[in-house]
Design a protein around this ligand. Sequence first.
Ligand SMILES: NC(=O)c1ccc[n+]([C@@H]2O[C@H](COP(=O)([O-])OP(=O)(O)OC[C@H]3O[C@@H](n4cnc5c(N)ncnc54)[C@H](O)[C@@H]3O)[C@@H](O)[C@H]2O)c1
Length: 340
Amino acid sequence: MQDQAFAGLKGRSVLVVGGAGYIGSHVSKQLAARGYDAVILDDLSTGHREAARFGTFIEGDCGDPAVMDRVFREHGIGVVMHFAARAMVGESMENPILYYETNVAKTLLLLAAMLRADVKHFVFSSTCATFGETDKPIREDMPQAPVNPYGRGKLMVETALRDLQSAHGMNSAVLRYFNAAGTDPEGELGEDHAPETHLIARALAAAFGHGANLTVFGKDYPTPDGSGMRDYVHVNDLGDAHIQAMEKILTGGGFQDFNLGTGHGSSVFEVLAAVKRATGREVPHAVGPRRAGDPPRLVADSARARSVLGWKPRFDLDAIVKTAAAWHGKHPNGYGDKKK
Ligand SMILES: NC(=O)c1ccc[n+]([C@@H]2O[C@H](COP(=O)([O-])OP(=O)(O)OC[C@H]3O[C@@H](n4cnc5c(N)ncnc54)[C@H](O)[C@@H]3O)[C@@H](O)[C@H]2O)c1
C-alpha cells in the first residue's frame, strides 16, 4: 500500500500535530524511517523539543488559524496526524474547560484550517476512554458512553469527523489506543509526562528510585490476582497502525475507526513482576483502595485493525517493559527540560 500512499501524497508531507509528545515523536521517527517527510507542529505545552527531531519542527498552536494557514501554505501538507491533546482523566474532571478547549475546540479549528487548505486526510488519536466501562474485549461497534470529560471530548471529535465526511468528503482514521507503553527500542526517544500517570513509567521510576513509591489502587477486583487489568500496547506498534491507517485513507474510504491493543490484559501485579524481570529490582509499592471510575478490566478487540489494516502488534508485556526500562534507567529526569 505504500506505493499508492506515496502517489496519493504527490510529494507532500505528513503534518504531525503534537509530534513533540510521547506517541507523536515515536510515530515521527517511524515515518522518517519509511521515507515520509514529516512536519512537526507542537506548542511544547507538554512536549519536548528534543523529541521532535525526526522532521521539520514548527513551534505553534494548532488552534491558531493564522499559524495553521501559514503551515498549510508553506509546507505542502497532504495528510494530518493529530496527537495534540491534554490526556489525563483526573485533570479532565477537575478542569473540563481546559479539556474541551484543547481537545475539542482546537481540533475543530485545525480541521477548519485543513478544509481551507483542501487537505482531506486525517488520522486522529482517540482512546478506549470513549467506551466507558465494560468488562468484555472492546470492539468498535460497542456502545460509546464515556464517563469523564477527556473521553467525552474525544468522542465529540469522532462525531465531528463523521459529519465532515458527509459534508466535505473528509477521509479520517480514528485510532483508539488502549494503554500506550514502552519506548523507542533504539533508545533515542522516551516517555516523559509531568506528572507521569502511566503505570509502567511510574513503576520503573519507583524501582529505580527516581520517583515516588507506587500505590496499587485496589486488589479486590474480580480478576485473577485482584488488581486491575489493562491492555498495554507498545508505542511503535501504535506507530505501525498509524502508518498503515494513513496509507489506507490516502486512497480514500471516508470515516474509519480502529481499536488498538494487543487483546491481552495484564494486571498491575503482572506489570510489577515484569519490571522486576527487566530491571532485577522490586517495585516499592503499597496497596490502596480502588479509584472511582476505574473498571476492573479494559482490553481491546483489535480484529478490525488486524484484518483491514494488516496490523500485528509485535511487543508483548516483557518486550514493552524492557524498552521502557532501558530508557528510564538512562534518563532519571526524562528529557530534563521540564519541572516535574
Ligand atoms: N498515552 C496514552 O496511553 C494514550 C492513550 C489513548 C489516547 N492517547 C492520545 O494520544 C495522544 C498523544 O498522547 P501522548 O501520551 O503522546 O501525549 P503528550 O502529552 O506526550 O503529547 C501531546 C503533545 O501535544 C502537544 N500539544 C498540546 N496542545 C497543543 C496545541 N494546542 N498545539 C500544538 N501542540 C499541542 C503537547 O505539547 C505534546 O507535545 C493524545 O491525543 C492522547 O489523548 C494517549
